[in-house]
Design a protein. Sequence first.
Length: 108
Amino acid sequence: MLVRLPQRRRHGGPPGPHDVAAGAGASTVVCTLGARGAVARTAEGWFECPAEPVGVVDTNGAGDAFFAGFFAARLTGAGTAECLRAGARQATRALGSRHLSPLRDEAT
């Protein structure tokens, strides 16, 4: 399950999307937190990843880029922490570009 949250749940608060999704049987729940990075919950535990530093040009597509990086890493067998880092790196590429990817910037 993929979730974009403005804030994540604090300890002692009501159940958040991570808790609901995990209770419904999701094996991996990932929440992007914008400039604060991303978090994931799996059977192995809780994982956090800070956002990569970047000069933001455009936020359009950053979440999609994050999850593309996350899934690409997962398909190669990477663990959750590395998948989060791969997602953060890919989101940085979109954030620093006018056209969602530096490859498109070079072509124009």
